[in-house]
Design a protein around this ligand. Structure first.
Ligand SMILES: *Cc1c(COP(=O)(O)O)cnc(C)c1O
Length: 377
């Protein structure tokens, strides 16, 4: 529910920073409650925000219940238990691990730590995950873009070509959002090696564990992260904790040290930490999540293609696709919405002709495919 602000109020507080006045907010996927109310529907399926189709790990749920009574206390400063557990999990020094209120917070702080407004710039593909350019602009920092390939591949030499002496961060999402494209690891290494010494390559691996071959695709999993690279990961997707807000980064040690100094002291709350520690232990739940997503991704791709859609190959837990020529993406999105199926329009990525579908449970995917077959018939 949105309450309109009177025009006089905008005039009265006209002295907000210009970056704030011109800011366009992040566009989230529609919520189940919103659609249930709007269309008076009983059952609504959300396949819009790449959440875990199996929900939250039972062990993590149990941990949240167990720690609920301790939530009156502040968390321990800098979340040392989780930091240690993540360091062990990935086989890296704990001094390099930082945690945040979603990886969104890590992205925001990296920009604020490194980029001086009016002097430095950041570099990313067009389109990309919108938090990179949004938080950069909020800081008054120039964003330089270069387009993805026509097939949504990532021309990394072109990305390198827009880097100059004032570039402090290069953002690369792998597998990419919204396409699911995963660049060859050797090309990512070559990009890192080619950057000027003061430029940090931020490799956002939010979806990396869904890749067919994580070790062959991930700088982090391959065991050797170059020293000018920061890796971002999150508990929001394969770990099923999106609503608890928890992400992390593996940073060069000096940047990790600065990060711990400047972050808001308690941005990771006690229940998120407890859930994450349990989720890391719940290897059965994660194995089930990963195999479900990998299997269903294949089925959804084949079935959508059989319905005349163009589906882009994806290494993530979502698929980007274009509907057949007899219907627009906006119409298909709307017709699905009326049936209680929420997927993601890509207007905010500048791709109004495309849609993004998160992989759901077998049953949810079946309902989605049946609805598509009816609508497209
Ligand atoms: C979902 C997502 C994230 C994770 O965001 P959180 O703040 O950790 O929930 C990060 N990067 C990309 C590209 C994403 O799609």
């Amino acid at each position: 529910m949105c309450i309109a602000t009177p025009v006089e109020d905008f005039a009265r507080f006209d002295d907000v920073r210009p970056e704030v006045r011109g800011f366009t907010a992040y566009v989230p996927g529609k919520s189940i409650e919103e659609i249930r109310q709007t269309y008076g529907l009983h059952r609504v399926i959300k396949l819009a925000s790449n959440e875990n189709p199996l929900g939250m790990s039972p062990l993590a749920q149990e941990a949240v219940r167990r720690h609920a009574s301790g939530a009156f206390r502040y968390p321990q400063g800098n979340t040392p238990r989780l930091t240690e557990a993540l360091a062990r999990h990935h086989g890296v020094a704990s001094g390099r691990v930082v945690v945040g209120n979603g990886s969104d917070e890590v992205i925001d702080l990296l920009i604020r730590m490194r980029a001086v407004p009016g002097k430095h710039n950041i570099v990313a593909f067009q389109p990309c995950f919108s938090i990179y350019p949004l938080q950069s602009r909020l800081c008054g920092v120039e964003v330089r873009r270069t387009p993805l390939g026509p097939d949504f591949s990532q021309p990394l030499e072109a990305l390198r070509a827009v880097v100059d002496a004032q570039t402090v961060l290069v953002f690369l999402t792998t597998p990419d959002n919204p396409s699911g494209y995963c660049p060859p690891l050797a090309a990512v290494r070559a990009l890192a090696a080619s950057l000027p010494p003061a430029c940090l390559l931020v490799v956002d691996e939010a979806y990396m564990d869904f890749a067919e071959d994580e070790i062959a695709s991930s700088l982090l999993a391959s065991g050797a992260v170059p020293d000018n690279v920061a890796i971002l990961r999150t508990f929001s997707k394969s770990y099923g904790l999106a609503g608890l807000r928890l992400g992390y980064g593996i940073l060069p040690p000096v940047l990790a040290e600065y990060y711990r100094r400047v972050r808001l002291p308690f941005s990771v709350n006690v229940l998120a930490e407890a859930a994450a520690l349990a989720a890391l232990e719940d290897t059965a739940f994660r194995a089930a999540t990963l195999s479900l997503v990998r299997e269903e991704r294949v089925v959804l791709t084949e079935r959508l293609r059989a319905l005349g859609c163009t589906v882009f190959p994806s290494q993530a837990n979502f698929l980007m696709f274009a509907p057949p020529a007899n219907i627009t993406a906006a119409d298909l999105f709307q017709r699905l919405l009326e049936r209680g199926i929420i997927i993601r329009p890509l207007n905010s990525y500048g791709l109004p002709q495309l849609l993004r579908l998160s992989v759901g449970t077998h049953e949810e995917n079946h309902i989605f495919l049946t609805a598509c077959a009816e609508i497209l018939a």
